[in-house]
Design a protein around this ligand. Structure first.
Ligand SMILES: [Zn+2]
Length: 482
């Protein structure tokens, strides 16, 4: 039934790009042969995992008071035109519908590249009074962007699967508190469940979302030293609420302009980080909570006694985990390699010899260890491993991430740090417009970017900007990015 018998043939740290494409194809995550450029077919092994990723994220958002909506995929052009910086920023990436049947449409419709202009025209109708605020929504949706950079499965494609939250607040302070809540959500879901280390930055003035007054984003590090921007949060510019006439009647009876925010965890893109951060030379490693299958039982031979045993163990595990039996014709060694490549957290090997001794062999993919347990302890042992599993993966990822952040103090050192695949932490003059020339100089010399200042910790430097020598007002992080 399975093709791609052969495992991963390159090392992740030696040829990351080839490793990634082998993972996508050999682990059957996506089929790239769909006949529209930049679009791909997601296969069951990635979909099952992403479904779980969605579930965890949506549950967390709902717990924090976000209500789910399903908005139309199409947005009329006139909505786009209501706010000028947004239309300018997004227009080059929009897919337009111009015709329906034989009729040319009187107004072009955009396939949503993001949905502010869809939500906001309804917010105008829905928000009346301070009592309606905060108004917290989200939707699970596909968005479409005509990417002109080279596309890459999961990381950058022209259609991606995401969640977008859109919120309306009474004050700017409430909007900023929402940003902090989003950062916390990132920690609870991306870090604690998906196992991804990140830094939550405020982006410099020159690197904001089209239509935002402040942009925040979390960067996750790749083994090749580039960072991937994962969920970002924006405090949307007041001009947006004004353009869409989103206002509310305050306690004192006066009309006040509302403040809006949005947060966009792109599940299919985060999935890329999950496979990249945790995977190794043998293949995938899924955190327990988002593994498509959590336990696989491999009967070493086709003995009836073993088959029966496999069935009874499966029944017991089904109560708390997704479990499968591999009854394929493959040799045991092939099965072992296959499931290790597919990243199933726990494998149970059932052989006659073990069984006679009332023992079972377990392989755990977090530590790549084989352990022998007595049959009666099997279920308890699996439950125990399931609780440690994601923590183990996360700890390892955290350690690598922290080790890749280097304090440096001149351009030469920045260059060296970037070349060795790390993130440079430096004293910097300003993340306002006046700091942009220094950032440009860094970009020119190293191809790396100033990613911003940390939001979770206030870092105040003493000393001078590493580039221009003016008084440093900020600590910034510099990295290459996708
Ligand atoms: Zn400077």
């Amino acid at each position: 039934m399975e093709k791609n018998q052969e495992g991963i043939t390159v090392k992740k740290n030696e040829n990351f790009s080839e490793w990634f494409s082998q993972i996508v194809q050999k682990c059957e995550l996506a089929d790239l042969r769909y006949n529209v450029k930049g679009f791909l077919v997601f296969q069951p092994w990635s979909v099952l995992s992403m479904e779980k990723m969605y579930r965890h994220m949506e549950k967390t958002l709902q717990r924090k008071g976000h209500k789910p909506y399903w908005f139309p995929t199409v947005i009329p052009e006139s909505n786009f035109k209501r706010e000028s910086s947004h239309v300018k920023g997004f227009t080059p990436e929009v897919f337009w519908i111009t015709q329906a049947g034989k009729a040319k449409l009187t107004e072009r419709l955009a396939l949503r590249p993001t949905s502010e202009t869809a939500f906001y025209q309804m917010f105008e109708l829905w928000i009346r009074s301070y009592k309606d605020l905060p108004f917290k929504t989200y939707q699970r949706a596909q968005v479409f962007r005509y990417e002109t950079k080279a596309t890459r499965p999961f990381l950058r494609s022209r259609e991606f699967h995401w969640i977008e939250t859109h919120c309306v607040h009474a004050t700017e302070e409430d909007a900023f508190n929402q940003v902090k809540e989003d950062m916390e959500t990132n920690k609870e879901v991306l870090h604690d469940i998906y196992g991804l280390p990140f830094i939550f930055f405020e982006r410099p003035e020159w690197d904001k979302f089209a239509g935002a007054s402040r942009t925040f984003a979390s960067d996750v590090l790749n083994p090749d030293g580039k960072v991937i921007q994962q969920p970002s949060t924006h405090i949307i510019s007041p001009s947006f609420a004004k353009a869409f006439n989103i206002k509310y009647k305050d306690k004192d009876g006066t009309d006040k302009p509302a403040h809006t925010t949005c947060y966009g965890p792109a599940i299919s893109r985060i999935f890329a980080s999950v496979i990249i951060v945790h995977g190794d030379d043998k293949g995938l490693k899924f955190p327990w909570e988002i593994a498509p299958v959590q336990v696989v039982i491999v009967p070493i031979n086709q003995d009836e006694k073993i088959k029966k045993k496999a069935e009874s163990i499966k029944k017991e595990i089904e109560d708390f985990a997704e479990v499968e039996i591999d009854n394929s014709e493959k040799r045991p060694g092939e099965k072992f390699n296959y499931w290790e490549m597919k990243g199933v957290p726990i494998r149970i090997d059932l052989g006659l010899k073990d069984l006679e001794k009332k023992k079972v062999t377990i392989f755990r993919r977090d530590t790549d260890e084989k352990i022998v347990v007595s049959e009666k302890d099997l279920i308890e042992e699996i439950k125990k491993i399931s609780k440690e599993f994601t923590k183990n993966l996360t700890k390892k990822a955290d350690k690598i991430f922290e080790g890749r952040i280097k304090n440096v103090s001149n351009l030469q050192e920045i260059k060296k740090t970037i070349e060795e695949g790390s993130i440079a932490r430096v004293k910097f003059c300003s993340v306002g417009k006046d700091g942009e020339p220094c950032a440009e100089k860094i970009k020119k010399e190293t191809e790396a970017e100033v990613r911003g200042t940390r939001l979770d910790e206030k870092e105040k430097p003493s000393g001078k900007c590493v580039i221009c020598g003016r008084t440093a007002k900020e600590i910034v992080y510099i990295a290459k990015s996708y």
